[in-house]
Ligand binder design. Structure first.
Ligand code: PMP
Length: 423
């Protein structure tokens, strides 16, 4: 990897923030894993579309027709970005959380769900009505596959089953062996949904190449704001399920019965799960981001990110009090997401100091992945450790961690400032 590749232009580069030490500094957004800044290109595309904005699927007027076209074209762009197969559906949702809850509501009766305890709560919690098997945190990618295979085999025979797994951890940034996990799931007759919230902004995600049945991601982590997300994949379970929301747009025909009740025929297409006026700007922004990332080229983006990860890793390695958190070992491949604790420091205070004294925005806490972070910290599950938690005294175990994350828009100076500040 070389430093030659330049970051993509993003919003927020000109934002300055006050420092407690006096003066102002350009804000260093190093919290991409929570929400990435919008690409300038996405912003420009949205601004160009905004005056023409109209209702989608709702009118004969020119602007309504235009918005409908842009919305449906956005769906096609996303399908292409995700390498969808013929017959797959792309449903526009509000977020990854929304996408996975939608899928949870579409599980066939008696469906079993297998999920690692290491998942983000968005992938861990939506399956409450199913028969859930929660798997132990693996310590190598190979162990993840073995653990899943063993769990699937132990519970056979069964009818429908679903494995839900992250593509890249929002805590450690580590890449999960998605292709191998998909093969294991399919070998046992189960399906797999990939939580690509952290993977899709950094690596190409193709449902065909990975042989994933569904994939979910959020626009606001993929350099496109505006409260939209995606669930894409197999149509059958979605088509057979009750609509996620009941309302206009999802229904093909509604009639009043003679006995006073109401009969409904729902759409079979993605519209079945998109009741209400859709978020056309959100979908358009996602499609714009998909195009921008494809045009920039993931090879280039990955090489640049690895260069930045190397800088952060080298810098942190020079600080003996820093412990980087990892499940799969220090050298495991990861995206630009890295969590750590600093011996003798309260993680929340540390993050607050990075902000107040250096203008650097990072995240602290348990990152909506409580079981994983507690496993990594070796802390007691009974101990509370969210943001602002009392810190263990020097030498004691930390109760929460600090996370730095970056991506396509990050200039060298931001990670350099971060490393200097930690030192
Ligand atoms: N999965 C992962 C791996 C995530 O990092 C996040 C966001 N932190 C989510 C799911 C949920 O995304 P959203 O808040 O956009 O629904």
């Amino acid at each position: 990897p070389t430093a030659a590749a330049t970051p993509l232009p993003v919003l927020g580069r000109d934002v300055t923030v006050p420092l407690v030490t006096g003066g102002e500094v350009a804000y260093a957004a190093l919290d991409y894993a929570a929400s990435a800044p919008a690409l300038q290109r996405v912003w420009d595309d949205v601004a160009a579309y905004a005056p023409y904005y109209g209702s989608v699927h709702r009118g004969a007027g020119y602007l309504s027709q235009l918005s409908t076209d842009l919305f449906e074209n956005s769906r096609r762009t996303v399908a292409e970005f995700l390498g969808c197969r013929d017959g797959d559906q792309v449903v526009f949702t509000r977020s990854t959380t929304d996408s996975l809850n939608l899928l949870a509501g579409a599980l066939p009766a008696g469906c079993r769900v297998f999920v690692f305890e290491t998942e983000h709560h968005a992938s861990l919690l939506p399956w409450r009505d199913a028969d859930v098997t929660c798997l132990d945190a693996p310590r190598t990618p190979a162990q993840a596959v073995e653990t899943l295979e063993r769990a699937l085999a132990a519970r056979e025979p069964y009818g429908p089953a679903l494995v839900c797994v992250t593509g890249a951890s929002n805590v450690t940034g580590e890449l999960w062996p998605v292709r191998e996990l998909a093969a294991a799931a399919h070998a046992h007759g189960a399906r797999i949904v990939l939580d690509a919230a952290q993977l899709a902004p950094h690596h190409p995600v193709s449902v065909t190449d990975l042989d994933a049945d569904w994939v979910a991601f959020s626009g606001h982590k993929l350099y496109a704001p505006f409260g939209a997300g995606v669930l894409a994949g197999r149509a059958d379970w979605l088509r057979e399920a009750e609509p996620y929301l009941a309302g206009g747009g999802a229904s093909r025909s509604v009639s009043r019965r003679a006995d006073g009740g109401v009969d409904v025929q729902w759409h079979d297409s993605a519209a079945r799960h998109e009741a209400g006026s859709p978020n056309a700007i959100g979908a358009y922004a996602i499609a714009s981001a998909c195009k921008a990332l494809t045009e920039a080229g993931f090879d280039t983006l990955v090489a640049r990110e690895e260069y930045l990860i190397g800088k952060v890793r080298e810098g942190l390695a020079e600080v003996p009090e820093v412990r980087v958190l990892s499940l799969f070992g220090d050298d495991a491949p990861r995206v630009g997401v890295l969590s750590f604790v600093v011996d003798g420091w309260n993680s929340s205070h540390f993050a607050a100091a990075l902000s107040a004294e250096y203008g650097i925005g990072v995240r602290d806490g348990l990152f909506c992945a409580h079981p994983l972070v507690r496993t990594l910290l070796g802390s007691d599950p009974e101990t509370q450790g969210e943001c602002g938690a009392p810190q263990a005294a020097p030498g004691e175990k930390s109760l929460n961690a600090i996370r730095v994350s970056f991506g396509a828009g990050t200039p060298d100076e931001h990670v350099e400032r971060f490393v200097d500040a930690v030192k």
